[in-house]
Design a protein. Structure first.
Length: 467
């Protein structure tokens, strides 16, 4: 079980931060339309402009001259790798990751934004724009921290690596994967890697008054499975008794109905242990006796959309392609189902599950695109996690710090195999349920005060982990 942070206030002194200056920098960076150039299947993304990544690189150099003087910059694909050489080159380095790319704005929703999506408007105590949270907050926060430390003459003992991927939103297969491959080729073995992932979540659970700072210690696997069926086509005036569309649709419906079992494992188990002391007494009795009540707890969590993904391998039907005209019976139908794998479930087991549920030898089942296992859990009893926990508690003293399972994907998975103690995933920002909906949606924004706290967080963690 993870030890809770020591009570009694901040463990580290926090630096002074000019939040208005940081907001101006964020505004400038958000205005660069660094939309991921290609989607996961190779299609161009709406509004993408590859040259925007080069313009952003020049902007960062202008905004952070001291950091750029202290660090060496390499461009790998369209990603950025900064190296701040430490005074003890034999010491294991620390690696901080973020990503410069953002998701597109859904066509047709541009007028729904309070301010244009790439305006970088500063109004009402917020910086508005796509990427203000995900993940230009990480880029700005780390560069502000490096600038602050370099300006005062700090030199790290451990080498510091800042890895900014350019295609995280579509899997990181060109950016972070290439950086990780190059670091591996050089024999670089970081002490730990740190990336986005969790956040300080407000109103996370009914009855839990304190916000919960979720530090990701693992992330779910990913499997995109294609089901295809060929059958009798022809003119719609003489249709067959069962069309390929209807047959495949019935099978896909069965997949939605036949979900994977719920279970509390890994990061989710660690999270439950960490928040148990802060739950209402009636909950605490149940959560403190997990040896008896885990199946019940998992079943209850599985009934809620917000928590279901933490306790099972999820099934999401995302695409259905068939037919060419109103008067033509389709001879081929294809469905795509995306699974996010709970640690302990494997891609092979997902494929076997799909074949068992479909129970039709005429339906072809294959892994299409990306299929990867869940990551192992990072070391929550090691010095690295303890440091991260203490820095989080210093900046957010009102929050409960808890490990957790990241239900999405991050660039951290590429760096985790290189490290001694693993990869940890946390974005220093307070998020309400409404804020979380903004991240890939309309009206993404970040509070100026959140920028102050984020820069304090990154500055303290970067310095303490590299000294």
């Amino acid at each position: 079980m993870v030890s809770p942070p020591e009570p009694g206030g901040a463990a580290f002194e926090l630096p002074d931060v000019d939040a208005d200056a940081v907001a101006a920098h964020m505004s400038a960076v958000v205005q660069h339309r660094t939309i991921t150039v290609f989607g996961s299947t190779g299609e161009p993304q709406p509004g993408a402009d590859r040259a925007s990544f080069e313009r952003l690189r020049r902007e960062l150099a202008a905004l952070y001259p001291n950091a750029h003087a202290a660090m060496q910059l390499e461009i790998i694909e369209d990603s950025l790798l900064y190296t701040w050489v430490g005074s003890e080159p034999d010491a294991a380095p620390v690696l901080f990751a973020a990503h410069t790319d953002v998701v597109p704005v859904e066509p047709g929703t541009e007028d729904d934004w309070t301010h244009p999506p790439f305006s970088g408007a500063i109004e009402g105590g917020y910086v508005w724009g796509r990427g203000a949270i995900d993940d230009k907050l990480g880029v700005i926060g780390l560069m502000e921290a490096a600038e602050c430390l370099a300006a005062r003459g700090y030199r790290p003992r451990r080498t510091v690596l800042l890895a900014f991927g350019h295609d995280e939103e579509t899997g990181g297969t060109s950016g972070a994967a290439s950086i990780a491959a190059e670091l591996s080729r050089r024999g670089v073995e970081p002490w730990f890697a740190f990336d986005e992932g969790g956040a300080v979540i407000e109103d996370m659970l009914p009855g839990v008054a304190a916000p919960v700072a979720l530090v990701g210690v693992a992330e779910k696997g990913y499997a995109t499975v294609e089901l295809s069926l060929e059958g009798e086509g022809g003119h719609s005036n003489m249709p067959p008794p069962h069309s390929t569309i209807a047959r495949l649709g019935e099978v896909v419906g069965r997949l939605e109905d036949d979900q994977f079992d719920t279970d509390i494992r890994g990061g989710t188990s660690l999270m439950v242990d960490a928040i148990t002391p802060h739950t209402p007494l009636s909950w605490r009795v149940v959560l403190a006796n997990r040896w008896l009540f885990d199946p019940l707890i998992a079943a209850v969590l599985g009934t809620q959309q917000a928590s279901n993904a933490s306790v099972r391998t999820t099934t999401a039907v995302t695409r259905f392609d068939a037919g060419v005209a109103d008067n033509v019976v389709a001879s081929r139908a294809t469905a795509v189902v995306n699974f996010r794998l709970l640690p302990g479930d494997t891609v092979d087991e997902v494929i076997a599950h799909v074949r068992e549920v479909t129970d039709d030898p005429q339906i072809q089942v294959r892994c299409a695109g990306v299929c990867r296992e869940a990551t192992p859990s990072s070391d929550v009893d090691g010095e690295a996690f303890g440091l991260i926990r203490d820095v989080v508690a210093s900046v957010y003293p009102d929050a409960v710090v808890a490990p957790y399972l990241v239900i999405g994907g991050t660039d951290a998975r590429y760096y985790q195999p290189l490290t001694e103690q693993g990869a940890f995933r946390f974005l220093p920002v307070r998020l309400t349920p409404a804020d979380r909906a903004r991240m890939h949606g309309t009206d993404e924004r970040i509070a100026v005060e959140d920028l102050r706290a984020a820069v304090q967080f990154y500055t303290v963690l970067l310095e303490q982990s590299s000294k």
